[in-house]
Write a protein that binds this ligand. Structure first.
Ligand code: ZN
Length: 83
């Protein structure tokens, strides 16, 4: 199942370096309507990425300004390597 407009155009797929560059995560137990839990998970992901020296982007805050969903972003489970 996919909700992407073009499921072949995603960095989840294997890239030139042989790896996917995205993951989709959800806090367990999953409640798709409780976005505050996704926000907390994203904060933890950003902290972990910083600790590892990796730049990542979150699907609910594409510009990374710390304001989730301000432009209608709706991919709260999605994290990918920054480009
Ligand atoms: Zn994704």
């Amino acid at each position: 199942m996919t909700w992407l407009k073009n499921p072949l155009n995603t960095v989840h797929r294997k890239q030139k370096d042989g790896f996917g560059h995205a993951v989709d995560l959800a806090p367990y137990p999953i409640d798709w309507n409780d976005l505050s839990r996704f926000d907390r998970m994203a904060a933890l992901m950003m902290r972990a990425a910083a600790a590892e020296g990796v730049r990542i982007t979150w699907g609910a805050d594409w510009d990374g300004d710390g304001k989730p969903r301000e432009k209608g972003e709706s991919d709260s489970p999605h994290f990918q390597l920054a480009r």
